[in-house]
Design a protein around this ligand. Structure first.
Ligand SMILES: NC(=O)c1ccc[n+]([C@@H]2O[C@H](COP(=O)([O-])OP(=O)(O)OC[C@H]3O[C@@H](n4cnc5c(N)ncnc54)[C@H](OP(=O)(O)O)[C@@H]3O)[C@@H](O)[C@H]2O)c1
Length: 560
């Protein structure tokens, strides 16, 4: 939150040294601050300080996938190329992706491709990988892309792909259709404890090098690195042991873990960073390239999962990417590998095993960001590491969380196919002035009761627009109904425009329900205004201001 507006600031004296601040919440989201110097003498007053949230793009806030009931759509069957993906084992993922690539090559705008998966959004990581590959297809196929429909266990396949504009859907056993949305989540406080001995893959990469010292600083006892080559690393300040293995090769990973075990080294936590980016549209992929892109990341994760599942693992964290959900053209195989991690995280959680897939946006100056650069804003490295570790340390986080420093509104504007997915992150549409000619209607209304009703209805329309739902009951506080300080200001602004007069931003704090607001707006202008009497204040001498502040300070202190 940042300060947004202030009703009154009186700072009659220059104070030296540190200030004491006595803050009193005056109303929800509004504070009065009395400033005292080190001796306790009052030196200033800030009254009616209102906070509003930081502009959203500036905050590295986690997002989580969520499912919303899909809006009803007319069931008009359209021609489509429907591919029902077969179930497959992790080792067959490249072959499955090659099949999808063949379907993508055959899709046409008059016969768009619909992919039907089974439990991709639940706990089948291989099916999840198809979902991740499909995320790139709106970009790669354009009009030739239909959508993806996941059938949850027990769901019957529909006769035809769903009509309507939603493209990322899942069908439950109850026949109800849901569409994917990204929603904001809160960043937990990291607990900086309990990692034990951490097995890290991809430690030599752009992110790994910076993550190791941060892990050391958060109570990691020892690092076990699984690299595919020997190379020096800066000393992270805790013991480091290294084994060499190609993560795509299950036997090599098993042998490397056995060598660690023979030296008495067993992981308490796993941090899987290894991976390679892609760079080829899916329809032109080769089996060898699909195997390479999915090898280290998806197969590596699978091998680590099966080889550590009988150990008492505390944390199992895998680095995924936004590409698994938002899709990046030329990165379908990379999206698939990342989505595999997310499916594996859900599968592990379903088995009661710890797991978190952290899907990152681009990191500032790090490794793969160079490949993806230009499409996404980069995250400051230190902030990204702190946020990622805080999520990893929170048992309530996940199994999938997305972290990116993106201006979502700008992204949705630039990438229309992402608009629905991001709709919950976009600012509410501009609030229209309700009922043009409201002042005239009020003027001609026969009674105060009629004017009250007209005003209440106009305010209810604004509140409903801001809440994106039905208006709250007239007597209920809008703050209880979901308003925040920003919405309170938007309501004052919209009501002011409808009435053709400026209203204080703090309007709602004084009259928090629709009924109270309408009554306040009907009352005399002076009763509405919280503005201080500036003429009186300006006429006061410095001594009189100091005396007045002293009295208020004493009164506030008395309130405790
Ligand atoms: N950088 C970003 O902006 C960004 C954004 C989203 C997600 N991520 C994810 O974060 C993770 C780390 O990214 P990064 O930027 O640090 O990537 P990076 O610089 O490309 O490093 C990747 C690491 O993986 C290792 N690796 C690749 N194939 C391997 C194999 N078959 N066996 C063993 N190790 C293998 C590489 O080893 P060598 O050193 O031998 O090549 C390298 O150390 C990746 O999983 C990436 O997908 C990164």
């Amino acid at each position: 939150m940042v300060p947004a507006s202030l009703a009154l600031a009186v700072l009659p004296e220059a104070a030296e040294g540190p200030l004491r601040i006595l803050a009193r919440p005056a109303a929800p989201g509004r504070f009065d601050l009395l400033l005292g110097d080190a001796t306790g003498r009052t030196v200033g007053l800030l009254e009616g300080l209102v906070f509003r949230p930081l502009p959203r793009a500036a905050v590295l806030a986690p997002l989580v996938p969520a499912w919303e009931e899909a809006p009803d759509a007319p069931a008009e069957p359209r021609p489509a190329l429907v591919w029902a993906a077969p179930r497959a084992a992790p080792a067959d993922l490249p072959a499955l992706l090659a099949e999808l690539a063949g379907q993508a090559a055959a899709a046409r705008p008059d016969r768009p491709l619909w992919v039907v998966t089974r439990d991709a959004t639940g706990s089948d990581p291989v099916q999840a990988a198809l979902w991740g590959a499909a995320a790139a297809l709106p970009h790669e196929l354009g009009e030739a892309w239909g959508g993806i429909l996941d059938l949850l266990p027990g769901a019957d396949p529909p006769a035809a792909p769903p009509a309507g504009p939603e493209r990322n859907l899942r069908l439950g056993p109850d026949g109800r259709l849901h569409c994917l949305r990204l929603r904001r989540a809160t960043l937990p406080e990291g607990r900086a404890t309990g990692w034990g001995t951490v097995l890290v893959t991809g430690a030599l990469g752009g992110i790994g090098r910076h993550l190791l010292p941060a892990l050391a600083a958060r109570g990691t006892a020892r690092l076990l690195l699984l690299n595919r080559r020997a190379a020096p690393l800066p000393d992270p300040g805790i013991p480091v042991e290294t084994e060499i293995a190609d993560l795509a090769d299950g036997a090599a990973v098993e042998a490397a873990l056995s060598r660690f075990a023979a030296r008495g080294l067993r992981p308490d936590s796993v941090l899987h960073l290894a991976g390679v980016a892609d760079g080829c549209v899916l329809a032109r992929q080769t089996p060898a390239r699909l195997a390479e892109v999915t090898g280290a990341k998806a197969m590596g994760a699978w091998h680590l999962h099966r080889l550590t599942r009988d150990l008492p693992i505390l944390r199992f964290v895998m680095f995924s990417s936004l590409s698994a959900t938002l899709g990046v053209p030329g990165q379908a195989a990379y999206g698939a590998a990342n989505a595999f991690l997310e499916g594996l995280a859900r599968a592990r959680r379903a088995e009661g095993l710890p797991a978190l897939a952290l899907a990152w946006g681009a990191w500032e100056g790090a490794g793969m960001a160079k490949t993806l650069a230009g499409r996404v804003a980069a995250m400051p490295r230190a902030e990204a590491i702190a946020a990622g570790l805080a999520l990893a340390e929170d048992p309530a986080a996940g199994p999938v969380a997305l972290l990116a420093a993106l201006d979502w509104a700008a992204h949705a504007a630039a990438v229309p196919s992402a608009h629905r997915l991001l709709s919950a992150l976009l600012p509410a549409p501009a609030v229209p002035a309700p009922q043009a000619g409201l002042p005239r209607q009020l003027e001609t209304a026969g009674s105060r009761a009629e004017r009250h009703r007209l005003l209440r209805e106009a305010l209810a329309a604004i509140a409903a627009e801001l809440l994106q739902g039905p208006p709250p009951p007239p007597g209920r506080s809008l703050f209880d109904a979901g308003f925040d300080s920003l919405m309170a200001m938007d309501l004052a602004d919209a009501a002011g425009r409808a009435l053709g007069r400026e209203l204080p931003a703090t309007l709602l704090y004084d009259a928090p329900s629709l009924d109270a607001l309408a009554a306040a707006l009907l009352g005399p202008e002076e009763a509405l205004s919280e503005e201080p009497d500036m003429a009186r204040i300006l006429a006061l001498s410095d001594e009189e201001i100091a005396a007045e502040l002293e009295a208020r300070f004493a009164a506030e202190a008395g309130h405790g």
